[in-house]
Design a protein around this ligand. Structure first.
Ligand SMILES: NC(=O)c1ccc[n+]([C@@H]2O[C@H](COP(=O)([O-])OP(=O)(O)OC[C@H]3O[C@@H](n4cnc5c(N)ncnc54)[C@H](O)[C@@H]3O)[C@@H](O)[C@H]2O)c1
Length: 332
């Protein structure tokens, strides 16, 4: 089976390509390197000792996609390509709507024209907005608080409409919780060049003395220690979730959404303290006020993904903390 992976050199894409190759899928990758590096292609080959075809290009470009589908007999697509920084999406909404929605429409049109109708799409727990109850189930009401989240919600709607119009599509909407960690080899992972948007890359930079201090936004939430609670999932577990979703869409038609998380929440301070302990390093932090729009706690009900995809996670918070730091130390 030949799988096209868009955003193949990105954080989650690269780990997924590794797991696909490990599971003997043929992979064709595309990325424009807007948020990743060329060297990741070789790192993936080094980890897996396997080759795969890679195209440098933009998923919004119809010509590029036509070339890929003409040159390769693609069976299914995993669509990661997109911009993902919530804050940036607030200041540059048009850039986010253009890239995330245009790339998806161009991809779906090209797939349709080439009669490839199986896709797994990277959505996000952000589509649950401010959930009224926990843990979060797939059938909870959907809403968003920022343009990034809205692009995910709009795309989910496009995918559902597409399926309604043509029941021969197989669509898996994957709602990720909070991926952290890195491949155990330390060869691929996440290490943004600028100020990180997410907690783990920020913790890593403070531990590495690249940033002075971690701001912890609020310690008066109704949680174990007052700090925000999130469902962190090891990126290799998440990558394997895509292998499970792929098995499903290769087998059956349909359009369904699945939570990919662990079902267990950890607070900011639990994460910071675990990181310090397993890596034997100090993480300087200070408590500051709540950040507007943040919610106190967010974690998944994972029973649907277990039932329908047979997906369960295997890696705990200590492994996530160790692997995140290992990658950054190795890439110094
Ligand atoms: N990391 C998270 O916390 C998280 C959580 C929920 C959902 N997601 C979604 O998962 C997907 C992958 O996330 P990630 O963390 O790996 O992000 P990432 O930025 O590391 O990877 C995305 C990749 O897509 C590429 N890209 C972007 N636009 C492109 C385009 N038009 N054409 C070709 N390549 C393009 C980037 O260069 C990058 O390599 C994204 O859609 C993101 O919104 C991520």
């Amino acid at each position: 089976m030949k799988i096209l992976v868009t955003g193949a050199t990105g954080y989650i894409g690269s780990h997924t390509v590794v797991e696909l190759l490990n599971n003997n899928y043929d992979v064709v990758g595309i990325d424009d390197f807007s948020n990743s590096k060329k060297e990741v292609v070789d790192k993936i080959k080094e980890i897996t000792k396997k080759d795969f075809k890679f195209y440098e290009g933009n998923v919004c470009c119809k010509q590029t996609l036509n070339k890929i589908f003409d040159e390769n007999k693609i069976d299914a697509v995993i669509h990661f390509a997109g911009y993902k920084a919530v804050g940036e999406s607030v200041s540059k909404p048009l850039m986010y709507y253009r890239n995330n929605i245009d790339s998806t429409l161009t991809l779906l049109e090209t797939m349709n024209e080439h009669n490839v109708k199986k896709i797994a799409f990277s959505s996000s727990a952000t589509v649950y907005g401010k959930p009224e109850k926990l843990p979060i189930k797939e059938d909870f009401p959907l809403s968003t608080t920022n343009p990034y989240g809205t692009t995910k919600l709009v795309i989910e709607g496009i995918l559902r409409d597409l399926y309604k119009s043509d029941n021969s599509w197989s669509i898996a909407i994957l709602r990720y919780f909070n991926p952290i960690g890195a491949h155990e080899s330390g060869l691929i992972g996440e290490n943004p060049n600028d100020i990180p948007n997410n907690l783990m890359p920020y913790i890593v930079k403070v531990a590495n003395k690249e940033l002075d201090c971690l701001n912890v936004f609020g310690n008066d939430y109704d949680t174990i220690d007052g700090t925000g609670v999130r469902d962190y999932i090891h990126v290799v577990d998440l990558a394997n979730g895509h292998v499970k979703a792929l098995e499903k869409i290769l087998k059956e038609t349909g359009c369904d959404a699945y939570n990919l998380g662990t079902g267990r929440g950890y607070s900011v301070l639990e994460l910071v303290n675990t990181f310090s302990k397993v890596n034997n390093v100090d993480v300087n932090y200070k408590i500051v006020g709540r950040r507007p729009g943040d919610i106190g706690a967010c974690f998944a009900d994972t029973s649907y993904a277990l039932d329908k995809l047979g997906f369960k996670t295997t890696k705990g918070i200590e492994e996530m903390c160790r692997d995140s730091y290992n990658f950054v130390k190795k890439s110094k």
